[in-house]
Ligand binder design. Structure first.
Ligand SMILES: Cc1cc2nc3c(=O)[nH]c(=O)nc-3n(C[C@H](O)[C@H](O)[C@H](O)COP(=O)(O)OP(=O)(O)OC[C@H]3O[C@@H](n4cnc5c(N)ncnc54)[C@H](O)[C@@H]3O)c2cc1C
Length: 557
């Protein structure tokens, strides 16, 4: 179960890891396996704390697989005067690019300037200049102001009658679910005991202080009691549910807003690069080409429905399509063009009188009288720093109780998952080597190597080696690659349901939905044998994936 350095997220080790959490008392138990919880577990374990983490769904299945998938420098926060936030996320972005260059990619973003738009020419120029400096943007990535003609040259699909020019700046594109799993893997390799499909259902108190949690394994139905010196509520949109359970929901509370994205084939919105554009209601929207598709988002509306799987409504979809057609009129997109979609909830902190878009994206830590530590708000982009603040608070309290000094945060120098590259140049060299070495099993297709490296970094080697072996045993190339990736997911990334693999580990449901229909039966059959599912389990998992597959293109009221 353990590696010389810690744990592996092997699906078959789930129960043993849960069992291990019940032995003695953890230093810290984290509830929630999104990016916030994963970051906290990584930070705590790397400082040597005895760390556990439970996630009631799959890792990243909450908001952390449903974002715009950008590591922002935080341009929009500049408009809200949140200079410190811009400075912090800019610095964090550079650290993340250094530690995980395989899942964080610089992306040129075009900001068209339009009559009556959010940013005027001078304001944009000054804004982007300030942004570059605050966010510590490298010299060769600093903003460039463009004339109207240059802007049209870069993106001919743009509406031209209201266009006056443009700004070009760098954002960083990521895969949020993969960032979460790579962070979780790093936490586990540092010794954190992390398990998905394990729900914290009840707190345990001694003398009114929270000392433990009852956890139910949603796969086996077994119950576990886990004790910890400090318990951290990192449950994203669910944090207030746990605060209610702890009887500490007073003062500040969450304000959930829903954000929706649509995916269309790139040929239906053939942008040459990413664009961040104005829409008539005063908001701004991203359109980002990726993997042969273009995705568009996001909306930002108050939300009060069920927290699991928020739906995309026809109103959401129509809003985004109308917005695209406003700025790219020749696209003439319609609802039938939508190939996939997703919807997520922002766990923001409520501020009286503010609209969803005006609410601060800052994070805050609350400590309840029982000792429960809650982290709320924040962004994917700032997860490392958020984790540092939480673990600093935890070690401060533990140090006072135990008269012991803990080491400080070290995650700024910790490579994530397969990200052990000394520079982006070394990453490119690595891609080239793999293309040559595995020409046979990839049939010389560059895209196959690129996609594996973008997802798994250095660990792409393990997958390609396994695929080569399967191919040598007579398996068709496509199936050997698919099964090798799935086997890696089962051994290293705690894939439990087919959807964990087809939605979050590979991103296929969002960026290649037709493939999900074709590959699902193969994935299901392999997993049924490998994990000894009952017929009932197989049917239940089949239905769950089918429902997500359909929801991606069926919009409710
Ligand atoms: C539409 C949209 C676009 C966004 N775009 C960006 C972007 O481009 N860049 C950026 O930096 N940020 C972005 N964000 C913000 C970012 O996605 C979130 O801040 C971040 O993902 C929140 O992570 P989290 O771990 O706090 O919450 P979550 O990812 O929701 O994780 C919380 C987890 O807790 C689990 N949980 C809840 N209750 C329990 C329990 N009782 N027991 C065990 N587990 C439990 C849940 O299942 C869930 O997985 C966006 C957000 C949205 C909604």
């Amino acid at each position: 179960m353990t590696t010389p350095f810690g744990y592996k997220l092997n699906t078959k080790h789930r129960e043993a890891i849960l069992q291990r959490m019940t032995v003695g008392k953890l230093d810290i138990l984290v509830i929630g396996g999104g990016i916030t919880g994963a970051g906290i577990a990584m930070d705590a374990a790397s400082r040597g704390l005895n760390t556990g983490l439970v996630e009631k769904q799959d890792f990243g299945a909450g908001t952390s697989s449903r974002s715009t998938k950008l590591i922002h420098g935080g341009l929009r926060y500049l408009k809200q005067g949140e200079f410190n936030l811009v400075r912090e996320v800019g610095r964090e972005r550079a650290i993340l690019y250094r530690n995980a260059p395989h899942i964080v990619h610089p992306e040129r973003m075009l900001l068209p300037l339009v009559k009556g738009g959010t940013y005027g020419k001078l304001a944009t120029s000054i804004g982007l200049w300030v942004y570059d400096r605050l966010a510590g943007v490298a010299k060769d990535e600093r903003r460039r102001m463009l004339t109207r003609e240059e802007t049209i040259g870069l993106e001919p699909l743009l509406r031209q009658d209201i266009l006056s020019g443009g700004g070009l700046y760098i954002e960083y594109r990521t895969d949020d679910a993969r960032l979460t799993i790579e962070t979780m893997k790093t936490a586990a390799s540092c010794g954190a005991k992390c398990v998905n499909y394990a729900e914290a259902v009840q707190f345990i108190y001694e003398k009114e202080k929270v000392t433990g949690v009852r956890v139910i394994d949603r796969i086996t139905g077994k119950e576990y009691t886990i004790y910890a010196s400090k318990i951290v509520n990192a449950a994203g949109p669910w944090v207030d549910r746990l605060r209610i359970e702890d009887k500490s929901l007073y003062g500040k509370r969450l304000h959930l807003t829903k954000g929706v994205h649509l995916v269309v084939p790139h040929k239906r919105l053939p942008l040459k690069q990413s664009v961040y554009f104005d829409v008539p209601d005063g908001r701004m929207i991203f359109a980002i080409p990726r993997d042969g598709r273009t995705y568009i988002g996001t909306t930002d509306t108050n939300y009060e429905g069920p927290l699991e799987r928020p739906q995309v409504t026809m109103e959401d979809a129509t809003y985004l399509i109308t917005s695209v057609n406003y700025m790219f009129p020749s696209a003439k997109l319609n609802i039938e063009d939508v190939e996939s979609s997703w919807s997520g909830l922002r766990p923001l902190i409520h501020e009286d009188g503010k609209t969803p878009s005006e609410l601060s994206r800052r994070d805050e830590i609350f400590q309840s009288p029982s000792g429960l530590i809650t982290i709320a708000g924040g962004k994917l982009s700032g997860f490392r720093k958020m984790a540092q603040r939480v673990v600093d608070a935890v070690t401060e309290r533990l140090a006072a109780e135990r008269h012991y000094r803990f080491t400080g945060c070290m995650t700024d120098a910790l490579k994530l998952g397969g990200g052990n590259f000394s520079s982006p140049g070394e990453l490119e060299l690595f891609r080239m080597e793999l293309r040559l070495k595995y020409r046979e099993v990839t049939e010389g297709k560059e895209q196959i190597v690129n996609s594996l490296v973008d997802k798994y970094g250095m660990d792409a080697v393990a997958i390609l080696e396994d695929a080569s072996r399967l191919k040598q045993d007579g398996m068709a190339v496509e199936i050997s690659l698919l099964l090798a990736e799935l086997r890696y997911g089962l051994e290293e990334e705690m894939v439990v349901h087919p959807g964990d693999f087809l939605i979050r580990r590979t991103g296929l449901l969002y960026f290649n939905r037709p493939e999900v229909g074709r590959l699902h039966p193969i994935v299901k059959k392999y997993m049924k044998d490998a994990l000894n599912w009952t017929e009932e389990q197989a049917l239940q998992y089949h239905r769950e994936l089918q429902s997500e597959y359909e929801a991606a293109v069926h919009f409710g009221d």
